[in-house]
Design a protein around this ligand. Structure first.
Ligand code: ZN
Ligand code: ZN
Length: 144
């Protein structure tokens, strides 16, 4: 059964709804060691390839997308409160996202995060990995 988890940045301008059949205590939590993500010490990346995510934007002016050298994904931030929401990759087959579960108000404790580094991937490997592992974005019109 799918459950919805709602998240919002500290100021409430931006957020997302993550729908998954996996209960939070079983989420595979990852911390990325790249230079952007390690600047957001508390981030907890979570994805479910069988789930769904919808990003919610109340104040579009507060949405900032950071795009790095490989240009394969946008890292979404709120410029007003400096919250990190997650990353989105747009492909011809739709958009896929990894969320920052740190901003979900959960009653349970998540698993200890696994440290991951993808520095040695080629761009092609990166796109394939994300397409297989990241969460499909339901309403992706924001990202086109
Ligand atoms: Zn905010
Ligand atoms: Zn990263």
């Amino acid at each position: 059964m799918f459950k919805n988890f709602n998240a919002s940045c500290s100021c409430g301008s931006l957020g997302y709804q993550f729908s998954t059949a996996i209960s939070p205590i079983q989420w595979q939590v990852r911390k990325c060691t790249c230079s952007f993500c390690s600047g957001h010490q508390n981030h907890l990346h979570v994805s479910d390839s069988l789930g769904q995510v919808v990003f919610k934007v109340s104040v579009l002016a507060h949405l900032v997308r950071h795009r790095f050298s490989t240009k394969t994904a946008d890292f979404l931030m709120c410029v007003n409160c400096n919250s990190y929401l997650g990353a989105v990759m747009t492909t011809p087959r739709g958009s896929f996202a990894v969320i920052n579960a740190e901003i979900i108000n959960l009653k349970v404790k998540l698993a200890e995060p696994i440290l991951v580094s993808f520095d040695n991937e080629t761009t092609k490997q990166r796109v394939i990995r994300r397409t297989q592992n990241w969460t499909p974005v339901l309403d992706d019109k924001l990202f086109f």
